[in-house]
Design a protein around this ligand. Structure first.
Ligand SMILES: [Zn+2]
Length: 280
């Protein structure tokens, strides 16, 4: 379809995100990173008036496809209403979680970062986390269960908040706590609830869409906290999924293929400019 082809041409590879995030916080991108996503970099420059973000809050929901974001836009309204910039991206192949998050936080293609199938080794090449630590930034990674994000970026000098039990409630409570404590420059938060239910029940099942709605409201809470409690900072907040998904046989879901449903995703970002303390 022509429209799909046009959309594909507009969307940059997910590998462009990492250098744009590095640019936003004013640090060097990882060694093997692709050039920065110009649309996101331009948005940050405009929104912060040329200043850098000193806080980066990234909410990583799993498997929310662009076609789901579009078809169920009402469900995502809490996200789109509190963000300003949509960034269409294309996940990398195979479009599975560790491969895509590997690319998101290294800026490198899978053959470069080393995870080329569903496996969760520790990535050994330079990552955004390494660059942040080298720049003196304090980073928190908040994860649960057996998720890829809790495994593939281990062995860095960052603060790992991992919950074997408690699921996304444990993760999101910790994320709120960290936001209020305001001791970390960067907080990465993983929520895999939509992905889990999507696999079992299908991407458009009532149960999966309920989880999508949960993700949207959790993000809106985080956005509200940034607005009310991080007023002394320039903050970049992102709703940043890893890949999409597709339906199988009408009753379950999957991803990993080189098809628009699995590859095309759309991130949402918002910059919050520092407010003068005690000013008029
Ligand atoms: Zn995933």
């Amino acid at each position: 379809m022509i429209r799909e082809e046009e959309n594909k041409q507009e969307a940059a590879s997910l590998d462009s995100l990492c250098a744009a995030l590095a640019y936003a916080v004013g640090i060097e991108p990882p060694a093997c990173s692709a050039p920065k996503n110009e649309a996101l970099a331009a948005y940050v420059d405009e929104a912060l008036g040329g200043e850098k973000a000193d806080r980066l809050i990234l909410y990583n929901p799993d498997a929310i496809a662009a076609w789901i974001s579009e078809k169920y836009a009402d469900f995502l309204a809490p996200v789109t209403e509190c963000t300003e910039k949509a960034i269409p991206l294309q996940a990398v192949m195979p479009s599975v979680t560790p491969v895509c998050f590997g690319t998101m936080y290294t800026g490198a293609q899978p053959q470069v970062h080393g995870i080329q199938k569903y496996e969760k080794p520790v990535i050994t090449i330079d990552t955004l986390f390494d660059r942040l630590v080298a720049a003196g930034k304090r980073v928190a990674l908040v994860t649960y269960g057996k998720c890829s994000l809790s495994r593939i970026f281990l062995e860095r000098k960052i603060d790992y908040f991992h919950f074997e039990t408690g699921g996304i409630a444990a993760v999101n409570a910790k994320a709120v706590e960290l936001l209020l404590r305001d001791e970390h420059d960067v907080i990465v938060i993983y929520n895999g609830n939509y992905d889990s239910v999507m696999h079992k029940c299908g991407p458009e099942s009532a149960k999966a869409l309920a989880e999508l709605r949960v993700n949207a409201h959790v993000f809106a809470v985080l956005a509200r906290l940034v607005e009310t409690h991080l007023q002394g900072h320039n903050t970049l907040l992102g709703f940043a999924m890893d890949h999409g998904c597709h339906e199988i046989d009408g009753e379950s879901g999957s991803h990993g293929l080189d098809m628009s449903e699995d590859i095309d995703i759309c991130h949402f970002y918002r910059c919050y400019k520092r407010k003068e303390q005690g000013g008029a």
